[in-house]
Design a protein around this ligand. Sequence first.
Ligand code: 5AD
Ligand code: SF4
Length: 450
Amino acid sequence: MDTAPKKVFVRTYGCQMNVYDSERMRDVLGPLGYAETAVPEEADLVILNTCHIREKAAEKVYSELGKIRRMKRERAELGAEMLIAVAGCVAQAEGEEIVRRAPAVDLVFGPQTYHRLPQLLARRKEGGRAVVETEFPAEDKFERLDDNVLPRKSVAAFLTVQEGCDKFCSFCVVPYTRGSEFSRPVEQVVAEARRLATRGVKELTLLGQNVNAYHGLDGQGRSIGLAGLVAELSRIDGIERLRYTTSHPRDMTDDLIAAHAENSKLMPYLHLPVQSGSDSILKSMNRGHTTEFYIRLVEEIRAARPDIALSGDFIVGFPGETDDDFESTLNLVREVGYASAFSFKYSSRPGTPAAESNKQISEKEKSARLQDLQALIHAQQTAFNEAMVGRSVPVLLEKPGRDPGQLVGRSPYLQSVHLQADLSLIGTIVDTHISGVGTNSLSGHYPHAV
Ligand code: 5AD
Ligand code: SF4
């Protein structure tokens, strides 16, 4: 195997699962001699880890490929090679089509195959044709990851525990690109969490497209839900904080809600997308729940953990959405009160049922609705952040900030907090007096002084 020193540039698009996958790709490439570079021009291998969730995200990849093709040509003129790889969900969804549209691409591989990267690279070097690998192999990619390859040292880390989705919301490509639901066995997850803890990780965010549908097997072959997994992970020395994302309202079980009341390591933050506040739209989205169900659920969660920061996802301009439907979404947002939320214009995705609808909404209407919704969400987010001022919150210090002497950490509610503190405190949790609010972050003082 060729292990001469080389450089890899990885660009990650889309969700946190892709961030995790990119990290694992870097791990797999390390033993082949690849060191990471932030400069694509000097890379021997460029990987775009792509997202297919909305059309804009997918198109970005093609415009990026245009730029990278030029870099590849410039390197070739200097006698150096550059391999171009497209990974992730665009790779999974478009496969060969990518090579047709962008012939400079050498490798195309889906999210289930990144552990095979060394073999794929070897195949590419042998043969003249681009290698396209978008099978969903039966083998477990997680098992194939080398235990000896250690992740980068950081205070907070992602850990994928579940992949794929069986919900088939009518707008969404995930069930097609990531496949059906799969949960990693409990012991495998615990082992990875332990490894991360020994590397100094204090906060774990458990990832899954539908993470609260987690149902991994334990050592005795019993199926364990997310609440059980959280309980198991919270017993690991060194792990101080746990989070999970993204959840579906229908999988928010009673024991998971109870864990928010009982487990002090489980942070009071929950991303619980509802997508729309209109029952008829929720029905055509095939969400499997009503607004009433969602609102009752939020009440139960708040009864368990009154200070929980709620976040969500919304789609505006779904086919057939009337002014009244949209008004219902605004009303739901007003009723729930979010600490933050993401909102998107509906984007028609080939192969999904909603793309077939003849009731598509105009771009102009979508933009107007998005603007209104985002203004409301922004106001709620600002109010949530401002309510922190004057309070003392435990902040996990993660890394140096931009200003001299500054550190950046996170509050339990996932807010970034900037404060002056000594570098040696990175990795510890300090009670911080919150004194100010920026656009997307808080500022505070430590030691706690009122
Ligand atoms: N158009 C717009 N937004 C979408 N999402 C998923 N599919 C689409 C689509 N076709 C949003 C949903 C989901 C988030 C990850 O992306 O809100 O929760
Ligand atoms: Fe997509 Fe719906 Fe599954 Fe979320 S629950 S990944 S929106 S199909």
